[in-house]
Design a protein around this ligand. Sequence first.
Ligand SMILES: [Zn+2]
Length: 248
Amino acid sequence: MILADLTWKEVDALSRDTIVVIPTGSLEQHAAFLPVFTDSLIATAVSQAVEARTTDKILLTPCLWLGASGHHINFVGTCSASMQGYIESLKAVIESFERHGFHRFLIINGHGGNDQPNGVTLRMIKEQKQHLTLGHSLYAKFGEATIAEQLQGKLNTMQHACEAEVSLMLHLHPDKVRTSLLRDDGLRSQPPTQTLVKMWDEISEEGSFGFATLGTAEKGKAIFEACVDGLVQEIEAIHRGIAFHGIF
Ligand SMILES: [Zn+2]
């Protein structure tokens, strides 16, 4: 079910075993060739495709688009919550449903910078409310094998405004990709240190990391479908797991 399309009475009529699915994205620079809403667009598209196949099991909220993007803030057009503000807003969404009896939550994340705060938020909630079922993952985690298989550049994992993200956008929103501006970036030789926390303009000149020029819609379709398939299985497993737990 799509939350934004329902009335409150229709939400109230749902089983409280329904899994509340929250996409998390960002509004941050994605180099000169992808729009700033890229992460939110992909997280939304993946979540909607998942919802179409699990509609009676989930309640899909709109994408939480204000992400933890402080590391991109030196590029104009980026909007970021503070880390604490991000955690508080995610917590508020979960608690809004929890007070009405919903007890299963899954975050489908489209932005790497949200990954740690998503985990911290769920750990904090879980320690207080242990009866809740709480899960989170980057959508790309479910497409790792396909991503490694599809990508032709030297990097075979999801990066930022990279071969994989360009491919996904060429598949989902080809009109939004500035194909004449695609360039590979962020690929300087390995630095001597491996541990430092960096701002994104220390990593890349124009804001990307990867072989964006190798992106194609075909690769994007394969990656998209793998991520959706994996997430559908995950939702079915969460659904079954709780039903199983309830028997004993
Ligand atoms: Zn991105």
